[in-house]
Design a protein around this ligand. Structure first.
Ligand SMILES: Cc1cc2nc3c(=O)[nH]c(=O)nc-3n(C[C@H](O)[C@H](O)[C@H](O)COP(=O)(O)OP(=O)(O)OC[C@H]3O[C@@H](n4cnc5c(N)ncnc54)[C@H](O)[C@@H]3O)c2cc1C
Length: 636
């Protein structure tokens, strides 16, 4: 039975009580403890900087050439916090409620309540760091709305919120690098986690420039390695994002929770060619002012400006009058797919809907719209060649975020002792659908506030045997990594890593994407092992192992995607209900909304690895809802 270690007592007091009960490490003793943090995105940089500031010896690893290039930099729209600066009815409880409901009642109440509580501290912390959040004329911090809520609680820095927050975290990290508490290892990719006596005591990395494989020991390991949307090949994530760190930890014993819970974001620039390798997000913030519509007539060929108002279907406003264009992402995505499947999609492929700013420009004036969203309009024009101030944007859903990840308890510890997991890499707070602007909030909550309390508690209460990389387990893990690299290089077949990735991604999009059926999932489950088999017999990597070799890097990561994809489909098949972004076509309401089955599926599914040819074992963490009433989600 999984023990989430939720502190007893009223939910409003859980975190305070937990912090008080946790043991502290005397400042003079902190430097005796070493911590490995893998990842220097928002979650990892925040954790490394804060633990360094507390006085621990931190080693931080990233495959990027600088922490500033972590994928967090791409976040556009904003970060939520229950500050209630607008006095529009917001509160910690409302943020908590919105998040549990938005996640379709598949998240752990205690974690979400803590997240909502800590959200207040995050904004203060970032403002103190100098993060240039947008301000109103009078100097107060400005906010806007995101999907699934009826208040304005999203703080933002134009369309570059992630970049500005990351610069704040990076400054804090740099300060600790200069102070000598944190050592940064760039261009170093984690390829294995070293487990000694059931505890995570180190990692094995490959230097991406020289190919050198080394191991590193510590008292505690933190993974903050981001999400796995690139399993779909085409996604809004940076091309390098991958699942290797969490997957290799999973193979070493960490349970993987809700792998099938993936988020398809409704507002991305539609695919324009078969050869495209990346999709671009248009931030959800645009739905504050942009109106989504398609022509009423199927097969419409007129330009948008020639279609009169009464021949347009503002389908979100029509179907969900309370939330309108700001329904949550899963709902907006499914509706876009539905109108396109009906033959009412727009653009050359018919896989698109309009996001129209004409009303907003008339109401607010062009300069205001430009000031709020200018850089997003620029990105759109650069990619499509169209001026979205003059014609509506075209958008279509695309893979964007993964709510699944390594299972963690309330302390953010995985099922491997001493292995903590933060940010998008864990499964913790978003249930079956993440609300917009809540990932940055969670990553920073984990990094700045949760881990700096729970990791020290662990260090203070655990007797750790002194250990270094001369321990035989490190040599064995290093050998395993070396052999896997050799095996990849030795295949010498005919297909490029990308061609396997593309085929896997299409299969996942078709069968485990926006809609999932038993037949489709079974088809994918039959094909994935065949594709994996072919990969290991027909892969072609150019170049060698002891040099900068991106073909090898990709192949190594794809080998993990080929295993994770199978678990995603197993999980999706097993969860016969629909919930949030997981839409089983067999389980829908008469209006076509996701239909949950609380009697049978009110749990987080945590899977145990048993080997490549063995079925994984399902462990369940039952979810109980004491504070938020279980109900069919409605945004009407
Ligand atoms: C286009 C886009 C826009 C978004 N906009 C928003 C938004 O407006 N608001 C919001 O709340 N969320 C947004 N999100 C989601 C949010 O950006 C991410 O969920 C969040 O930034 C993830 O942060 P992270 O620290 O967990 O991971 P990342 O930022 O992905 O960092 C991962 C780190 O781990 C390192 N790493 C990974 N694997 C390894 C390995 N094997 N070895 C060594 N290092 C490794 C990387 O080098 C990197 O440093 C957006 C996402 C996208 C794709």
């Amino acid at each position: 039975m999984l023990d989430a270690r939720i502190p007893p007592g009223p939910i409003e007091q859980n975190w305070d009580k937990c912090r008080f009960d946790m043991k502290l490490v005397n400042p003079a003793n902190r430097r005796k403890h070493s911590i490995i943090v893998v990842g220097s995105g928002l979650a990892g940089a925040a954790a490394a900087a804060t633990l360094g500031q507390q006085g621990y010896r931190v080693q931080c690893f990233s495959y990027h050439d600088t922490p500033r290039r972590a994928h967090s930099i791409a976040a556009q729209g904003g970060i939520n916090a229950a500050k209630n600066y607008r006095n529009d009815g917001d509160s910690i409880f409302r943020l908590f409620y919105d998040t549990v409901k938005g996640g379709d009642f598949r998240s752990r109440e205690a974690n979400v309540y803590r997240l909502a509580t800590v959200s207040l501290n995050i904004i203060d912390q970032c403002v103190a760091q100098g993060v240039p959040f947008a301000r109103e004329y009078g100097g107060l911090l400005d906010t806007r709305s995101f999907g699934g809520v009826q208040v304005q609680r999203t703080f933002y820095a134009r369309g570059q919120t992630g970049q500005q927050l990351l610069l704040g975290a990076y400054q804090a990290l740099e300060e600790q690098l200069a102070a000598g508490t944190v050592t940064m290892h760039i261009r170093s990719e984690l390829l294995d986690v070293v487990i000694v006596d059931g505890r995570a005591r180190g990692i094995v990395t490959r230097d991406l420039v020289t190919g050198r494989i080394t191991s590193h020991a510590a008292d505690v390991v933190v993974l903050a390695t981001g999400g796995y949307s690139n399993v779909f090949y085409l996604s809004t994530n940076a091309k390098a994002c991958n699942c290797t760190a969490i997957w290799r930890a999973h193979r070493r014993g960490a349970l993987f929770a809700n792998p099938c819970f993936t988020q398809i974001h409704p507002t991305c620039i539609p695919l324009s060619s078969e050869h495209q390798s990346k999709l671009t997000l248009m931030s959800e913030s645009l739905r504050n002012d942009g109106r989504v519509w398609v022509p009423k007539k199927k097969g419409e060929t007129r330009a948008p400006e020639d279609i009169p108002e009464n021949e347009r279907d503002y389908y979100l406003e029509r179907r969900y009058p309370s939330f309108g264009n700001l329904v949550p992402r899963d709902v907006a995505s499914r509706n876009a797919k539905e109108v396109c499947d009906e033959g009412r999609g727009v653009g050359p492929s018919g896989q698109g809907v309009y996001l129209d700013f004409a009303d907003a420009i008339q109401r607010l004036g062009l300069p205001t719209v430009r000031e709020k969203y200018g850089n997003l309009f620029d990105i759109y024009e650069r990619i499509t060649g169209e001026d979205a101030y003059a014609v509506p944007m075209r958008i279509y859903p695309a893979p964007h975020y993964t709510m699944g990840g390594l299972w963690v308890d309330y302390h953010l510890m995985s099922t491997i002792s001493e292995l903590f997991v933060a940010g998008e890499a864990n499964f913790s707070d978003h249930g079956a659908n993440r609300l917009g602007a809540s990932a940055l909030m969670q990553g920073l909550a984990d990094g700045y506030f949760v881990l700096p309390a729970t990791v020290p508690d662990y260090l203070a209460t655990t007797k750790l045997e002194p250990l270094d990389t001369s321990h035989p387990t490190f040599a064995a893990a290093k050998d395993d990594v070396g052999q896997r690299i050799e095996k990849l290089l030795e295949v010498k077949g005919n297909r490029s890593p990308d061609s396997f990735h593309k085929e896997l991604g299409k299969l996942m999009w078709d069968e485990c994407g926006m809609a999932r059926s038993e037949a489709g999932l079974r088809k994918a489950l039959a094909r994935i092992p065949e594709l994996r088999e072919e990969f290991w017999h027909n892969l072609r990597i150019v170049g060698g192992g002891e040099e900068l070799n991106q073909s090898l890097e990709k192949a190594n990561r794809i080998s993990d995607f080929l295993e994770l994809a199978e678990l995603m489909c197993i999980d999706a098949l097993d969860r016969k209900e629909s919930c949030g972004g997981h839409f089983r076509v067999e389980s829908q309401t008469p209006e076509g909304e996701a239909k949950r089955d609380d009697a049978n599926f009110s749990y987080s599914a945590a899977w145990e690895w048993k080997g490549l040819d063995q079925a994984p074992v399902l462990h369940k963490e039952p979810l109980t809802f004491e504070y938020v009433h279980l109900a069919q989600r409605s945004y009407k």
